[in-house]
Write a protein that binds this ligand. Structure first.
Ligand SMILES: *[C@@H]1O[C@H](CO)[C@@H](O)[C@H](O)[C@H]1NC(C)=O
Ligand SMILES: *[C@@H]1O[C@H](CO)[C@@H](O)[C@H](O)[C@H]1NC(C)=O
Ligand SMILES: *[C@@H]1O[C@H](CO)[C@@H](O)[C@H](O)[C@H]1NC(C)=O
Length: 387
């Protein structure tokens, strides 16, 4: 079935109206809820919350489906709503297995998010997706300290294992991530972890000569060039159980015991907030980290001074990460082209406008990497159209 724009428009209008009704019904039941599970609406299929289950928990009837579900978390603050929606759209467009999203957002964004993500997406895109919206929260004991020390949203991701206590594993992504192939493909890396690995990230740099940590960091970091936390896969069951080696005490500490002392010790020396803390943690516990190659977290750094992500050259880019604000400025037109085309189009009509836009970016190094950006995307689109 091809998904025409007018169908999309019609079902958007229809579902918006149904949503209005659902919300008027939901509003009363949600009022008295625990702050951590404030807003829930069903996406393509019945949300697990409707039956009072915790997201990510396995129940008898949903057991099979749950086993195939990818769980994706994002923290959306300030003006990041549109970006977050485009990330969600890219995930929903190309995935063939169910995806559940955990959207952490400032309270004032909740309504706009709900209005924008409609079940019509899953109707048109043939993917089962559900989502839960959460407020930004910190553990009660030192909530104020974390809020004070970082911008309110910046360190939220460190607390996901503690907030989503019932969730076994989670893919955290920054809002400026775009999936160019199905989410279940990165989710599958969880099964490649050896018995001590509990998280997976890509290196911060491929090329030490332009690396940041190895040239400027005033704190320990992982490996040769550090790791980038924009795409972070976690087995949170293991993360919650593990005792971490550290340079604060002689005894190993649990995740929740370690964060505050770590921040106190390093707060004057860190530049990139929680990513630096993660680098310090995995510096001391390198056996716990699975490092995946750069095509799972492809950034302007991989092409802006010439191509240095060898895996992407061979296999194409799997996940695009437009950090440095490149989706919204003119510095990297190739990144902006991918963002704008996914934002505006449905899967069937994506490729032609994208290739045209990339053609006009070939005066930049990243523009010359255009074929790497579309290689996987083409396969994803083909496989979506076949089903
Ligand atoms: C969506 O979920 C339903 C059950 O909840 C299942 O029967 C159906 O096959 C799923 N569709 C896709 C495209 O995964
Ligand atoms: C912070 O940086 C300073 C200057 O490089 C260094 O002397 C100090 O040891 C660092 N602090 C920690 C906790 O590593
Ligand atoms: C995460 O780790 C736990 C404990 O080792 C294991 O039981 C679970 O299957 C793992 N989850 C995934 C998705 O691999």
């Amino acid at each position: 079935m091809r998904c025409y724009l007018h169908t999309f428009f019609l079902c958007t209008v229809f579902t918006f109206l149904s949503l209005l009704y659902v919300f008027s019904q939901l509003a009363s039941t949600l009022d008295g809820r625990d702050e951590l599970s404030a807003g829930v609406i069903p996406g393509g299929r019945r949300s697990s919350h409707d039956s009072g289950e915790k997201p990510g928990s396995v129940s008898k009837e949903h057991g099979d489906e749950e086993a195939h579900t990818s769980h994706v978390a994002v923290v959306a603050c300030g003006p990041r709503l549109e970006e977050t929606l485009t990330m969600v759209k890219s995930a929903v467009l190309f995935s063939k297995k169910p995806v559940h999203f955990y959207i952490f957002a400032e309270d004032e964004l909740h309504d706009s998010f709900r209005d924008a993500v409609t079940p019509s997406w899953s109707f048109c895109f043939k993917t089962n997706f559900t989502f839960t919206i959460y407020p930004i929260t910190f553990p009660k004991e030192n909530a104020n300290e974390w809020k004070k020390l970082f911008k309110p949203c910046a360190s939220q991701r460190l607390f996901l294992p503690l907030i989503l206590k019932e969730v076994d594993s989670l893919l955290y992504v920054d809002t400026d991530i775009l999936f160019l192939q199905p989410v279940e493909d990165i989710w599958a890396l969880l099964s490649l972890f050896d018995s001590s690995q509990l998280a997976a990230m890509a290196p911060e740099h491929e090329e030490p000569r332009i690396g940041w940590y190895n040239r400027f960091a005033r704190h320990p970091y992982y490996g040769k060039t550090g790791v980038n936390s924009g795409v972070m896969l976690m087995n949170m069951t293991r993360l919650r159980e593990k005792y971490f080696k550290n340079d604060m005490t002689a005894v190993a500490l649990k995740w929740e015991e370690m964060l505050m002392p770590l921040l106190q010790k390093y707060k004057l020396n860190i530049t990139w907030g929680d990513q630096d803390l993660l680098n310090i943690i995995f510096h001391h516990n390198p056996e716990s980290l699975y490092v995946f190659p750069c095509q799972w977290n492809y950034r302007p750094d991989h092409c802006m001074y010439g191509s240095n992500c060898a895996q992407a050259e061979r296999e194409g880019v799997f996940i695009l990460h437009g950090n440095r604000g490149v989706y919204h400025n003119d510095k990297q037109p190739a990144f902006q082209a991918v963002y704008k085309t996914i934002q505006k189009n449905l899967e069937t009509s994506l490729l032609k406008p994208l290739e045209a836009a990339l053609q006009s970016a070939t005066h930049t190094y990243c523009g010359r990497a255009g074929p790497l950006l579309t290689k996987r995307l083409k396969e994803s689109i083909r496989s979506v159209q076949q089903r």
